[in-house]
Design a binder for this molecule. Structure first.
Ligand SMILES: Cc1ncc(COP(=O)(O)O)c(C=O)c1O
Length: 414
């Protein structure tokens, strides 16, 4: 890091957090100590426990992001009165029925009611929450904030969610894959060995997609205390997992970013609403970088409604988990199914004796039942992933699977 860079970071983090410059300077010194070196063994000995969100940002955020002046509008200062500041069309929207939501007006850039509600549910403070257009927005944003194109690298643990790679390539960031063990556990020593001085983010998916399995909290602790860069814990499916969210780790590890979404258990993939939960300084950087009005008014209203309707969510989760276990047993009773992965999620990953790709295609083409072939992923040979749906949908899937298996086997024996 150049001394210019350090000065810029000192200035920006001071402005960011309201901390005194001398305090920030000490934080930066502390973060330098805990920064991974090029030697893997020393990197795995470094600790982030003594660091703060400010020092994590100072050491790992891109310099241009630290100096970024966020977009400001008149409404940051004045929210009421005759609002003629934002070139909206005050005649109102051109809709077939009257609008009741003042859609001619931009939405709130801050989404305060939504953050307040989520903060109660997840037991975190509103200032620790970023609201995004799905968690996919947060994934891309973390690259843009913390990774320097063509310099930085990130660690992923395949088989895992594909967007970590898509966003890495988009942002010209190198991926260092450290595959999970065959039983889909994190290989912590190997992950820490892979860290070098340019490693900025470690991506962990829990419950995993496509593994459907939660990672051990002790493993996340080891990683977050040994690597002082950003540790992302993608909890898109966490509401289906008995073990619950690891959001509480944020109190100890300011470098953890938890991602959650309304797309899965809340059944709201169509509104595109996701969250990042982290130390307030990391969230502050995300808020600076985001487009000012990223979440639209319609999505925001629906999201708030869903968060206020927690009992329906819990009822639906119970139903889906019951169905998941029923479908799992049913799959296990089939002689051509080799194994069904125990699931902490709303989908099942299962291995067929052979021809998984063909069977996936026949199910879609002949039975109009669309699942996901995962056999090309590491440790997923001959595997198909299926989302657990309503009882009748699951029955249709099981019938299609039997039909496709018989069809493929029959054709092969001809
Ligand atoms: C592990 C994981 N993370 C994130 C996402 C994206 O979620 P969102 O709809 O909030 O963008 C998905 C979507 O399938 C996912 O499987």
């Amino acid at each position: 890091m150049t001394s210019d860079h350090t000065q810029i970071q000192t200035f920006c983090i001071g402005a960011l957090t309201g901390l005194t410059l001398s305090y920030v300077y000490n934080q930066i010194k502390a973060s330098k100590k805990s920064r991974p070196s090029s030697s893997p063994s020393s990197s795995s000995n470094s600790s982030s426990k003594s660091s703060s969100g400010a020092s994590v940002c100072a050491a790992y955020a891109r310099p241009n992001i630290l100096t970024l002046q966020p977009y400001r509008c008149a409404r940051d200062d004045y929210e009421t009165g005759l609002l003629l500041d934002a070139n909206e069309n005050t005649l109102g929207p051109s809709l077939s029925s009257p609008d009741t939501q003042e859609l001619e007006r931009y939405p709130s850039p801050y989404q305060i009611p939504l953050k307040q509600k989520l903060s109660k549910i997840r037991n975190v403070k509103p200032e620790n929450i970023f609201v995004g257009v799905g968690s996919d927005e947060a994934i891309d944003m973390l690259y843009r904030i913390f990774c320097i194109p063509s310099v930085s690298n990130v660690i992923t643990t395949p088989p895992t969610y594909g967007m970590y790679k898509v966003s890495a390539v988009t942002n010209d960031v190198q991926i260092k894959p450290v595959p999970l063990s065959p039983s889909y556990d994190l290989r912590v020593p190997e992950m820490l060995e892979a860290v070098d001085e340019n490693t900025r983010i470690i991506w962990i998916c829990s419950p995993g997609n496509p593994t459907s399995k939660c990672v051990k909290s002790s493993d996340v602790r080891k990683i977050a205390s040994s690597f002082s860069g950003i540790v992302v814990l993608d909890e898109a499916y966490i509401d289906f997992a008995e073990s619950g969210s690891l959001c509480h780790l944020l109190e100890t590890y300011p470098n953890i970013v938890v991602l959650q979404t309304l797309s899965k258990a809340f059944g709201l993939a169509g509104i595109r609403c996701g969250f990042a939960i982290s130390s307030k300084e990391i969230i502050e950087l995300m808020n600076r970088v985001k487009a000012p009005y990223n979440l639209n008014k319609l999505s925001s209203a629906v999201a708030l409604d869903a968060l206020n309707n927690y009992s329906t969510l819990q009822k639906n989760i119970k139903l889906l988990i019951k169905e998941r276990e029923r479908v799992k047993s049913s799959l296990e009773s089939r002689p051509y199914v080799v194994r069904v992965q125990q699931s902490d999620s709303n989908f099942l990953l299962f291995e067929l004796k052979r021809n998984a790709k063909l069977i996936y295609q026949v199910m879609a083409d002949e039975y109009s039942v669309v699942t996901r072939y995962r056999g090309a992923e590491v440790h997923c040979g001959e595997c198909v992933r299926v989302t657990v749906g309503k009882e009748e949908e699951n029955e249709e899937f099981l019938k299609a699977l039997d039909g496709a298996w018989e069809r493929v086997e029959g054709e092969k024996s001809l």
